[in-house]
Design a protein around this ligand. Structure first.
Ligand code: E4P
Length: 218
C-alpha cells in the first residue's frame, strides 16, 4: 500500500518524507489556500518545491471546469515535472479530459468521487488514480469504507489498472481498514501517518526495558 500525504505544507511533507515511508503527495485548492499560495506563478513554484522534496506522484488540481480549460491547465501542470499527476474533478468535462490525458500519457487523479458508478466511469476513462472521499461520506451518515470495498471489488472484476486512492482519511483506523480492504493508496494528514506509531504497550515496554538495562549498568 502506498502512503501519500494530503497537504500543501512543506514542513509536514518534509517530516513525512524524513520518516522514510512517504510515496507521494496530494493537494487541492483548499489545501493550497490554507498555506496562502495564490496566483499562477506562486502555485507552480510551490508544486516544484514539493517535487524537490518527494520523489513520487504529486497530485496538482486544476481549477477549470470546462474541457478546454482543464486540458490547458493540466498540460501546464504536467510540464512542470514528470511526477505531477493532474487532479481532475468527477464532472462531465473532467471525464472527457481524463480520457484525453490518458491518451497523451499524462497521469490523472479523478477527485471528488462519492459513488461506485463514478469510480467505474473514472476507470473507463483511463484515470491513473480514483479518489473516493471516505471521511466526507461518513460525515453525511454514509459508510465511506463500504465504498472502498465496492470499488476494489468492481476494479478486480475487470482488471482495471486505475489505482484506488482512499482520500478524506480522518484517523488511523480509516487507514488500517483501507489497507484491509485492499485500497492501493491512502492519502491522509501527517497526524494519521504518525498516529500509526502509537501504542501504550510500546511506550510502557520500552520504559521497562530501558529501566532494567540501567539497573544492570549501574
Ligand atoms: C483528496 O485528495 C483530498 O485532497 C482530501 O483527501 C480531502 O480531504 P478532506 O475531506 O479532509 O478535506
Amino acid at each position: 500500500m502506498k502512503f501519500f500525504i494530503d497537504t500543501a505544507n512543506l514542513q509536514e511533507i518534509q517530516e513525512a518524507h524524513d520518516l522514510g515511508v512517504l510515496d507521494g503527495v496530494t493537494t487541492n485548492p483548499s489545501l493550497m489556500a490554507k498555506e496562502g499560495i495564490f496566483g499562477h506563478d506562486n502555485v507552480m513554484a510551490h508544486y516544484k518545491q514539493i517535487c524537490e522534496i518527494v520523489d513520487g506522484d504529486i497530485s496538482a488540481e486544476v481549477i477549470a471546469t470546462d474541457f478546454d480549460g482543464i486540458v490547458r491547465e493540466g498540460e501546464l501542470l504536467a510540464e512542470l515535472h514528470p511526477n505531477i499527476v493532474v487532479k481532475v474533478p468527477m464532472i462531465r468535462d473532467g471525464v472527457k479530459a481524463i480520457r484525453y490525458f490518458s491518451e497523451k500519457g499524462i497521469k490523472t487523479n479523478c477527485t471528488l468521487v462519492f459513488s461506485a458508478g463514478q469510480a467505474l466511469l473514472a476507470a473507463k476513462a483511463g484515470a491513473t488514480y480514483v479518489s473516493p472521499f471516505i471521511g466526507r461520506l461518513d460525515d453525511v451518515s454514509t459508510d465511506g469504507l463500504q465504498l472502498i470495498e465496492q470499488i476494489v471489488h468492481i476494479y478486480g472484476n475487470y482488471g482495471y489498472q486505475t489505482q484506488v486512492l482512499a482520500a478524506s482519511v480522518r484517523h488511523v483506523m480509516h487507514l488500517v481498514q483501507c489497507a484491509e480492504l485492499g485500497a492501493d493508496v491512502v492519502t491522509c494528514p501527517l497526524k494519521v501517518i504518525t498516529g500509526l506509531l502509537k501504542h501504550p504497550l510500546t511506550d510502557s515496554g520500552l520504559e521497562q526495558f530501558l529501566a532494567d538495562h540501567a539497573k544492570g549498568n549501574k
